[in-house]
Design a protein around this ligand. Sequence first.
Ligand SMILES: NC(=O)c1ccc[n+]([C@@H]2O[C@H](COP(=O)([O-])OP(=O)(O)OC[C@H]3O[C@@H](n4cnc5c(N)ncnc54)[C@H](OP(=O)(O)O)[C@@H]3O)[C@@H](O)[C@H]2O)c1
Length: 215
Amino acid sequence: LAGTVGIIGGTGPEGRGLAARFARAGREVIIGSRDAARGAEAAGEVASLSGGKASGGTNATAAAAEIVIIALPYSAQAETLAPLAGVLGARIVVSTVVPLSFKPGRVEIVPLAAGSAAEEMQALLPDARVAGAFQSLSAKHLIDLAHPVAGDVIVCSDDAEARQEVMALASLIEGVRAVDGGPLLNCRYVEGLTALQVSLNRIHKATTGIQIVGL
Ligand SMILES: NC(=O)c1ccc[n+]([C@@H]2O[C@H](COP(=O)([O-])OP(=O)(O)OC[C@H]3O[C@@H](n4cnc5c(N)ncnc54)[C@H](OP(=O)(O)O)[C@@H]3O)[C@@H](O)[C@H]2O)c1
C-alpha cells in the first residue's frame, strides 16, 4: 500500500475534500466508512471529480493505507479508533478533528483533559505517530478543485519524520503552505484557532483560512 492515503470517516465533506485534492495530485486514496458501500460511493465521486485514483471500503480498509487521516467528528473518535489501534500500528495518523460545541450565538472548543483532540488521539493510539494538520482548511474550498486553497496548514507532531511527511502531503494541495508547528501539544492552539475561524465565518458570512506572517 506504498504511497496510499487512507481517510477514516472519509465520507464527510472534510474527508471527501482532502481525498479529492490528494487524488488530483496523483496520490491513491482509500476512503473509509462504517459502511463499505458508502465508502465506495464517496470514492467514485472523488475519482470522477479529480481524475485520480480512489477506492472505498470500511474504516479498517482505510487504516491499512501508508498514511491515515482521521476526518471523524470528535464525538466518534474514541469509539472508532480504539478497535483500529492494532491495524494502525506505528503508522503516521493525521488528526483533522476539532472538538467544537455550538451554542446559540457562540462556537466553543470542548475542554478535553488531554489538551486537544490530537493529543487524545495519541493516547488512544500509543504506537502510532500522530500529527495534527488540515484543521484550518474548509471542506467547501477543498472540494472546489478549480481554485487553489489559499492559506497555511500548521503541522504538529512529536515525531519529526511524521511532521516532515505530513508537511509534504499538505504541500500537494495547490495554494497551501505547510508550516512546521512543532510538538503535538501545539494542536491545542490550532484547534482553538479553528473555533475562532468558524466564529469569524458566521460574523462575516465568509469562509476563512489562516496565514502566519513573519516566517
Ligand atoms: N467540514 C469542514 O469544513 C471541516 C474543516 C476543518 C476540520 N474539520 C474537522 O474534520 C472532521 C470531519 O468533518 P466533517 O464535516 O467531514 O464531519 P462529518 O460529516 O460530521 O463526519 C465525517 C464522517 O464521520 C463518520 N461518522 C459520523 N458519526 C459517526 C459515528 N458516531 N461513529 C463513526 N463514524 C461516524 C461518517 O461516515 P460514515 O457514516 O460513512 O461512517 C461521516 O461521513 C471534524 O472533526 C471537523 O471538526 C471539518
